[in-house]
Design a protein around this ligand. Structure first.
Ligand SMILES: *Cc1c(COP(=O)(O)O)cnc(C)c1O
Length: 299
């Protein structure tokens, strides 16, 4: 495996009047700035898998995702940089025009195979996906990088030393792998809070627990989905614009906008005692904003 590393992420303060009023400090871990394609948290989730694949002598990484999956884009780019071939099993029919994300994945060298939603649910990999190499050379990563190795890598998201000052660590939740990393790495005085990007996915709590080598506390909030996964409302896009205008920090409508909104809502409601120091994990995903109608966002 070719040596590839990302620089440590910056931590920048988020300044809003509300925070002064409630006497809390809010910082942002800018994973969104780390790489244009391996967006945000995705490198951390991938790296332990890639290392294991290299140890097993595998040359091909195969993984799963939907048309707009940031995990697919990140896997394609990371594989190219680390010297693996990559195969993406994509849910649903091939569209006449590929999404920008899938186009980029293909340009990074990923072979795309489209399968029906039913086949996808069963994770039925078509034989053709193995044809170039044979099954022996293939290392499979689950959808979204979900798994203990993903959580193990995600423990490194918060730079060592920098994190101890915070009382609360907050992150957006898809599969929960990153949240498991945060919970696993958190210090005893820190609370870990996840904001689910999905509607009524109450299986997440158990899904996160399964990834932890030993039990660790965390809370998942389910009331900030804005209609469901990848759904949004005008209130959310207005919030994204206001947040950018006030702080200069861009968010994505699928994950991080819901996280930032939830944080403000909780702060407003007095959820955090005065003196609390919050770290919001900006897990990236900004390229996903391309699917919003032009002119929706001011950034
Ligand atoms: C993939 C993704 C997440 C979800 O991470 P999980 O580890 O699957 O919970 C959160 N934010 C962004 C921007 C993502 O792309």
């Amino acid at each position: 495996m070719q040596d590839f590393q990302l620089p440590p992420a910056r931590i920048t303060p988020l300044q809003k009047k509300l925070y002064q009023l409630r006497k809390v400090e809010v910082d942002v871990l800018r994973l969104d700035e780390l790489h244009p394609f391996i967006s945000g948290n995705k490198w951390f989730k991938l790296k332990a898998y890639l290392r294991e694949a290299a140890e097993q002598g595998k040359g091909v990484i195969l993984t799963f995702g939907g048309t707009f999956s940031n995990h697919i884009g990140a896997t394609a780019a990371a594989c190219r940089l680390c010297g693996f071939r990559s195969v993406g099993i994509i849910r649903g029919e091939r569209a006449k025009v590929l999404s920008p994300l899938l186009q980029e994945a293909q340009e990074a060298g990923m072979a795309l195979h489209f399968i029906s939603r039913t086949a996808y649910r069963e994770k039925a990999v078509p034989e053709a996906a193995f044809s170039a190499t044979g099954k022996e050379d293939v290392y499979v990563i689950a959808e979204g990088g979900y798994g203990p190795k993903g959580a193990e890598g995600a423990r490194d998201m918060v730079p060592k030393g920098a994190g101890a000052a915070y009382t609360h660590l907050l992150a957006a939740v898809g599969t929960g792998t990153s949240l498991a990393g945060l919970a696993g790495a958190a210090l005893p005085h820190q609370q870990v809070i996840g904001v689910s990007s999905m509607k009524n996915n109450y299986e997440l709590e158990a899904a996160v627990a399964r990834l932890l080598p030993r039990p660790a506390p965390y809370t998942i909030l389910h009331d900030f989905h804005f209609g469901g996964y990848a759904k949004h409302t005008e209130a959310l896009t207005d919030f994204m614009n206001a947040c950018y205008a006030q702080t200069g920090v861009p968010t994505d409508f699928v994950y991080t906008a819901k996280l930032f909104f939830a944080a403000d809502h909780l702060i407003e409601a007095g959820y955090f005692p005065p003196g609390s120091r919050l770290l919001l994990v900006h897990s990236g995903g900004l390229q996903g904003n391309r699917s919003l109608p032009k002119g929706t966002l001011i950034f």
